[in-house]
Design a protein around this ligand. Structure first.
Ligand SMILES: Nc1ncnc2c1ncn2[C@@H]1O[C@H](COP(=O)(O)OP(=O)(O)OP(=O)(O)O)[C@@H](O)[C@H]1O
Ligand SMILES: [Mg+2]
Length: 364
């Protein structure tokens, strides 16, 4: 039997950890203690010896300016592990960092994974987590973890909708009675927006690195009407003159560069909504759409989605931390974990993906 007292005692010796191994950021959350480590999903290694030189913030400081012998890599692409060793090191070091202040047994850990993750991809996350020293592991779809972390009562009968826009994926889910009613996962997100901005600048003979296009996006991206912010001065290379230069970039330039990607996200939300039964749609008009992930911070995006869908949309507080917090909090309830785990019926998911035109989605 698991009483609150027993659960508190157990988590004192063996912490409950929520992990969001994201394409852009990795977040570690400790249930009860609230300890949160959030660092960029970046690993720098020495190409000659293979030794890991830095991870997280320290690796970001090297991105684009590392010596030739050092490569800075992102262990994940579009939400899934592309460099296993780097992912494992990142997880191990960040979990250690989160728990370093006190002695403890190996933690129990729930990781959030993209809704489109295959069995093999889930296994890769699980192996990385086990190799990092976790005693018990499980995983939940990212949108579900984000919903719990955003404070939605996923046990309520009334349906609720969550849209998590991360660096590599956009996860959209309708949840009700502690179950997943609809789940869609698109391989687009903040990285796609960064690439669109960089491509538009390149077309104007100005080349910027990935970190710069991300800075431009965070400063000036918007959906709907331009909020009227001051231009951003970006540093890059003037291709005509073949030398370093600075360029003033205004909001409208960024708005136009990202319009197509933003439109695909809005349409995907619409596709999930319109596939829902009328009773669910009625619930959603009441409960609204909650937005999480870094992309939720794009100026005007929640307003645009709300206006286009006729369903109020709001941004959760600390949107980048919700998935890790939710994954950790789910560990407090074994029944919830069992009900929210990814559905095993891959064939249904595959068939649904053909119908909706998305990478993968399912309705259990
Ligand atoms: N203010 C902002 N405006 C626009 N985008 C932002 C802002 N802040 C962060 N982002 C973007 O959000 C993304 C990171 O969000 P998040 O940490 O939720 O992604 P992730 O969980 O690592 O990725 P994924 O879930 O796709 O694997 C990055 O692309 C980042 O540039
Ligand atoms: Mg994420």
């Amino acid at each position: 039997m698991s009483t609150p007292l027993l659960s508190t005692l157990r988590s004192t010796v063996s912490p409950d950890i929520g992990l969001d191994l994201g394409t852009a950021n990795t977040v570690v959350y400790e249930r009860g203690a609230g300890a949160i480590v959030c660092e960029p999903s970046l690993v720098a290694y020495d190409v000659r010896s293979g030794a890991i030189v830095a991870i997280g913030n320290a690796a970001r400081a090297m991105e684009g300016r590392a010596p030739r012998a050092v490569r800075v890599v992102r262990p994940l692409r579009r939400g899934t592990i592309s460099d296993f060793r780097a992912a494992q090191t990142l997880v191990a070091r960040l979990v250690d960092r989160a728990l370093s202040t006190r002695p403890r047994l190996a933690p129990r850990l729930v990781a959030s994974v993209p809704g489109c993750a295959t069995d093999i991809e889930c296994k890769a996350v699980e192996q990385a987590v086990r190799a990092a020293g976790a005693r018990y592991t499980n995983y939940v779809p990212q949108a579900v973890a984000a919903a719990v972390g955003a404070g939605l009562d996923v046990t309520a009968t009334r349906a609720q909708m969550i849209v998590d826009i991360g660096g590599g994926t956009t996860e959209i889910a309708i949840l009700g009675t502690a179950g997943v009613i609809r789940l869609a996962s698109l391989p687009i997100g903040g990285d796609t927006l960064d690439a669109a901005i960089a491509a538009r600048l390149r077309a104007e003979r100005f080349v910027v690195g990935r970190p710069t296009s991300e800075l431009v996006k965070c400063a000036l991206a918007y959906a709907g009407r331009a909020p009227g912010r001051a231009p951003f001065v970006a540093s890059g290379i003037d291709v005509e003159r073949g030398e370093p230069a600075q360029r003033e970039i205004d909001e409208r330039f960024v708005g136009e560069a990202i319009a197509e990607v933003v439109e695909s996200i809005v349409r995907a939300v619409g596709a999930v909504l319109s596939s829902a039964a009328p009773e669910i749609a009625a619930d959603l008009i009441d409960s609204g759409i909650t937005m999480t992930g870094g992309g939720a911070l794009i100026a005007g995006l929640a307003g645009e989605i709300g206006a286009r869908m006729n369903v109020p949309a709001t941004v959760a507080s600390d949107p980048l931390l919700c998935a890790a917090r939710g994954a950790g909090e789910i560990l407090g309830s074994p029944t919830l974990l069992e009900r929210l785990r990814p559905h095993g019926d891959r064939f249904t998911r595959w068939y649904q993906s053909l119908r909706t035109g998305m990478r993968e989605s399912y309705s259990p």
